[in-house]
Ligand binder design. Sequence first.
Ligand SMILES: [Zn+2]
Length: 219
Amino acid sequence: MNKKFVISLIGAPASGKGYIAACLARELEEKYHFSKEDIADISIGELIRREKKAQTPLGLELAANMKEGGLAPDAIVNKMLTETLHRTKARVLILDGYPRTVGQVRTFDKLMQGFPSAVIFRDTPTSLILERVKNRRICACCGRAQEVSNKICVYCGGSLVKRKDDEVLPERLAEYEQMTKPAVLELKKEGNHFFFYDGKTEGDEIAQSFLAANEQYLR
Ligand SMILES: [Zn+2]
């Protein structure tokens, strides 16, 4: 079959979406014999950075419409994603953190027309996320991740700092609770192919049960 299967991966910031994506990719390779080229892990933030850097027409539009540190306008994100969905040669697309606004949720069905798709939603409590990142630091010199108890970088002796993302995490979590979560629950109400997991479910477990339930799209 040559239909692309789109997996929409949704959860709070710093709740481990990247890890779930990695588990999905590994399971697809090991159990379903996909090659690395068959799987596209698509982060919207990454797409935006790439378009802007390459100064494509969309990239220029983004640069003109995005405030420093602000969200990209839904219409442009949707346009960019549509192009990517059609252009990519991969058979499975993992969308990391999309949709994330009410506007994106409203146009989600239209965007996914012609693509079988399913949503993975892991609902991790804010308190658990804050606890997990509390002791997370990176080296200011070499950028490697480490525990705060190391005091200095074990690789290069550099000083340990909080990740930029982690510093603004409380704000990002609040934005997620207010904006993204209600929007995503709308998706569920509209009867999308929706898979719900609680914050304690491990990435491996999610990947295995989700892919087993969607085997018809993986042949
Ligand atoms: Zn270092």
